[in-house]
Design a binder for this molecule. Structure first.
Ligand SMILES: N[C@@H](CCC(=O)N[C@@H](CS)C(=O)NCC(=O)O)C(=O)O
Length: 196
């Protein structure tokens, strides 16, 4: 980003989402593209005691875990002009203050485009984050999600909307971790409903 582009208003920033941002960016943007980042896998290993859980029963939300040959699909949003400051100040509260995420710049590869990748800002929660929960079986994660709720809504909505995004926008991607957790969570929900 060149200083003269900022002054002229030509500057823009790409923000990559791979969790709730793919279905609920909640900030104004110029355009969006489906695509992926390389070297990271998406895992439900981050705890959430605000949006989708609480202190007694934290929810589980996604973060990115470094793995050389992995890639993670999502959506990148291009923000320009005043949208840059507006989106970053909003995400600083939603992702960093409330969610415990930090930011990193990564190469984003738009789907179906052969040109060079674009740099995108990504919100990631590292394992040294106090809310980090780490690995667990799909059954354990699914059960936790099935019964967690926070200030923004149920953890199940968070899971199902991400799975819906992947099926509708990235049908060629087999995200076993996501779909195994979805199946496990829906199994728990069916038992809970049957027990009523
Ligand atoms: N940083 C990831 C994950 C973002 C995420 O899920 N953050 C949570 C904060 S814990 C959030 O914004 N939740 C809002 C919601 O659940 O509706 C992304 O780019 O989508």
């Amino acid at each position: 980003m060149k200083p003269q582009d900022i002054v002229s208003g030509k500057a823009s920033l790409w923000i990559f989402g791979y969790g709730s941002l793919v279905w609920k960016p909640d900030f104004k943007y110029k355009r969006s593209k489906v695509g992926y980042i390389q070297g990271y896998k998406r895992r439900f290993w981050h705890g959430d005691n605000f949006h989708r859980g609480n202190d007694e029963l934290p929810g589980r939300v996604v973060t990115l875990i470094e793995e050389d040959d992995a890639s993670t699909w999502g959506v990148a949003f291009e923000v320009t002009g005043s949208q840059m400051e507006e989106s970053l100040s909003y995400l600083n509260v939603r992702e960093t203050a409330c969610g415990g995420y930090i930011t990193r710049l990564m190469d984003f590869f738009p789907d179906g485009e052969s040109h060079a990748p674009v740099q995108a800002l990504v919100y990631i929660a590292t394992s040294d984050n106090p809310r980090y929960l780490g690995p667990a079986s799909p059954e354990e994660i699914g059960a936790q999600i099935a019964v967690s709720r926070g200030k923004t809504g149920h953890n199940l909505e968070y899971l199902l909307r991400l799975a819906e995004f992947m099926r509708s926008s990235c049908p060629h991607v087999e995200d076993h971790h996501l779909f195994a957790i979805e199946a496990a969570a829906l199994t728990v929900v069916s038992y809970l409903l049957a027990a009523q």
